[in-house]
Design a protein around this ligand. Structure first.
Ligand SMILES: [Zn+2]
Length: 243
């Protein structure tokens, strides 16, 4: 996917800058937000903050809505994060950003996931990866729905998954569904980098690598390029690579 002529790459970059529109962000007061144009936000009764969607065009800002138009006690959030019932047509952005009847955070609630099988072949999932995944699940019960480790690629390859030294910790209701749940997991991984033998962690289009980064809150992690989707921008899973 990175083999592109320079001309095509430039076009894709120009397009991609807009691509995180409709993806999550941290809104006013730390609330759940969505990156939309300021016009879209104000039309739906939301409020914007600057700097929440740094890879987007200047008129795209992080939009949140503290109370729904229908007067319910809830607010606008990603449906994967709703502990109650959701109501459509109350919130800015995509259909997955809905009015949630509960003000409570509805993260997780998943049964304990199965773990990848550890193997010794080059492409097999390694013990450090499984041990890391087990540590995360133990620290955040109910928050990881599924775990992926290996990938069909030669080791060494372009991804640590090729050598079974990375895990994708799926933490929304389905692949491709946005959630804000992964932030706490990602920051926990950073804080437990030594015991996990962490190489780097990615969440929400941001990366943290203990060999080059100091310990920071996730909003200050280095931002990554827009890869074009909720999954590719790591809004439905935490990627953890191990040494
Ligand atoms: Zn991954």
């Amino acid at each position: 996917m990175y083999i592109r002529s320079l001309g095509i790459f430039n076009i894709l970059v120009a397009t991609a800058v807009m691509g995180a529109v409709n993806e999550p962000c941290v809104g006013s007061g730390g609330s759940a937000g969505v990156c939309v144009t300021t016009a879209t936000c104000s039309a739906s009764g939301g409020v914007t903050i600057s700097g929440g969607c740094p890879s987007d065009a200047s008129d795209v800002k992080c939009c949140s809505k503290a109370s729904c138009s229908n007067g319910s006690a809830g607010n606008c959030r990603w449906t994967s994060d709703c502990a109650g019932t959701v109501v459509s047509n109350q919130c800015p952005g995509p259909s997955a950003f809905k009015c949630c009847s509960s003000a409570a955070t509805g993260f997780g609630g998943y049964p304990t996931p199965s773990y990848p099988t550890v193997g010794t072949s080059a492409g097999a999932c390694k013990q450090v990866s499984v041990s890391g995944a087990q540590a995360v699940v133990a620290a955040w019960p109910g928050r990881v729905r599924q775990i992926y480790c290996t990938r069909d690629c030669a080791c060494p390859g372009t991804s640590d998954h090729c050598c079974g030294k990375a895990v994708d910790l799926m933490c929304s209701d389905a692949g491709g569904d946005a959630t804000e749940s992964g932030r706490q997991i990602a920051e926990w991984v950073m804080n437990n980098r030594n015991s996990l033998n962490l190489k780097y962690v990615i969440w929400g289009q941001r990366i943290w690598n203990p060999s080059v980064d100091s310990v920071l809150t996730w909003t200050s992690w280095r931002s990554m390029e827009d890869r074009g989707s909720i999954t590719e921008n790591h809004w439905d899973h935490v990627h953890v690579s191990f040494n």
